[in-house]
Design a protein around this ligand. Structure first.
Ligand SMILES: C[S@@+](CC[C@H](N)C(=O)[O-])C[C@H]1O[C@@H](n2cnc3c(N)ncnc32)[C@H](O)[C@@H]1O
Length: 347
């Protein structure tokens, strides 16, 4: 009896989809219809004001396009590429002849976004993806022999893909490892950070990064403690302030998570370096737009633009902050805290 050798590989064992209880999936990994681009499911999720799992809805796109005014041939830098929603719109407008550098410090999402934009037809000539902190923008441009760009965008903070995936450790809703690093290959996770920090600097950090009114009490209870998961930390925060109502407790958990995320990713020093470097990265007449999501970010951007105008670097700046329309806030509640500021380099 001879053994039959087939060139076809054996069929892959059937893998069952994650089952969920109830009518709708709740957990990130159960939302396979959204991950798998099921158009009807995605339309339903969007209509309910939510963000489909594994995606990000770009905020204030029309307003950003108006202030940046991209045109064919422009060289652009999107310093927070994320899902590529803004980048995609800019890319359409700078073609033909333009080029966009897309920076992001997240090595996990960057690869997916690069593939998505390539699939939309943006090749290596028009779109260059770069895993980098935006504090290193001058070095990224120098390595590409670019002396300056015509437009720069930064949409600060974290993306929906990062917040919604419990494995990344940002989620207050679903438990995951207490990590919070946008680049998990650098620095230390939030769990290690909390285990080492003393109460006094933690209280300072909660006040500075999130304007936390109960900073001292929370810091005394959380400093130098070991929390392995996001749920453990969220429960500990709630136990420290049992007199607060449910809504205040939810806001407190969010503020503590935000403060830790800012610290773990060293967000303010990256932003300050970026703001200092901006003028040298912009061509004469070039424009920059920055979307911020809390007062610590907006304060820094506002001051840098005002100082730049006083010193004659910027010829024009936004005097009034631009906010999302009520329609956008309604359709995408995650846009609600956004503030847009812009500046134009003098000729
Ligand atoms: C709000 S999302 C951007 C969403 C994007 N505009 C879009 O349309 O999909 C922010 C992104 O910036 C990245 N990011 C935050 N701080 C950064 C930094 N200092 N350097 C580089 N990337 C950063 C995050 O990893 C995240 O992907």
């Amino acid at each position: 009896m001879s053994e039959e050798i087939s060139s076809n590989p054996p069929p892959a064992p059937h893998k069952r989809r994650v089952r969920y209880s109830g009518r709708n999936p709740r957990r990130f990994e159960e939302k396979y219809k959204e991950h798998g681009s099921d158009d009807a499911t995605i339309a339903k999720v969007l209509a309910s004001g939510k963000t489909p799992a594994g995606t990000h809805r770009p905020i204030m796109v029309a307003e950003i396009l108006e202030v940046l005014a991209p045109k064919p041939g422009d060289i652009a830098a999107d310093c927070t590429l994320g899902y590529g929603g803004h980048a995609q719109e800019i890319l359409k407008r700078i073609s033909p002849g333009g080029k966009l550098f897309g920076l992001d410090q997240d090595p996990i999402e960057l690869l997916k976004t690069e593939a998505r934009l390539r699939a939309l037809g943006f090749d290596e000539i028009v779109f260059i993806a770069h895993r980098s902190n935006f504090a290193g923008l001058p070095q990224v441009l120098a390595a590409q022999n670019i002396s300056g760009v015509d437009l720069i965008l930064a949409d600060l903070g974290v993306s929906s893909m990062q917040i919604d995936d419990p494995a990344r450790g940002f989620s207050v809703k679903f438990s995951g490892p207490l990590d919070m690093r946008m680049n998990p290959q650098r620095g230390q996770p939030a769990s290690a950070f909390l285990e080492k920090i003393k109460a006094a600097p933690l209280a300072e950090l909660l006040a500075e990064n999130s304007d936390e009114p109960n900073a001292t009490t929370l810091a005394a209870a959380l400093a130098e403690k070991k929390f392995t998961t996001t749920n453990e930390l969220a429960n500990a925060i709630k136990n420290v302030l049992p007199h607060l109502g449910k809504d205040d407790l939810t806001l407190t958990v969010r503020r503590v998570f935000q403060a830790l995320r800012i610290a773990v990713n060293d967000e303010f020093s990256a932003l300050e370096t970026f703001l200092r470097n901006l003028p040298s990265c912009l061509n004469p007449g070039g424009r920059v737009a920055i979307l911020t999501f809390h007062s610590g970010e907006d304060r820094r951007v506002k001051k840098a633009f005002a100082d730049g105008q006083r010193n004659g670097i910027y010829s024009e700046i936004a005097h009034e902050v631009i906010r999302p329309t009520p329609e956008e806030r309604n359709a995408n509640p995650r846009s609600a805290p956004a503030k847009l500021r812009w500046a134009k380099r003098g000729n």
